[in-house]
Design a protein around this ligand. Sequence first.
Ligand code: SME
Length: 160
Amino acid sequence: MFDFRASQGLTKPELYRELVRAADALTEGEPDSIANMANVAALLWEFLPDVNWSGFYRLVDGELVLGPFVGRPACIRMPLTSGVCGACAASGKTQLVEDVRNFPGHIACDAETWSELVVPVIRDGIVNAVIDLDSPLPARFDTDDQAGIEELAKLLSTRI
Ligand code: SME
């Protein structure tokens, strides 16, 4: 299995290269999307410091439904019309939010969350799910995190 200690001291782009490589190895040849989302949620949790929630919401019948995650229990169903995840799924665009309190319609599943990164997983031009990362630190995520998670989402497009 993976030696997560080896990821210490890497630059962010290096860290995400390792993360995507690990996600590739874990999901390759496995057709079960829930198993793949569960392992990737755990991988994100292991690789990324200062994260208090890592996981997936799936787009089911026009709303977002909680998928595999690591962290505190979270909102089960969310509309596309509100929240950071909703904005991501509705627009098909990554949402990088430095302070969720300033995001109109933010859905607070955990009052300790300060910043958030949500990236769409797109299959055949349609949003299939979103990857959601939350942090208790302000402005925890930057464009390096965005690029890394977008790379991961590309890999997962045919695996979840
Ligand atoms: N804060 C999110 C809701 C999901 S939880 O963070 C896990 C949002 O506004 O979409």
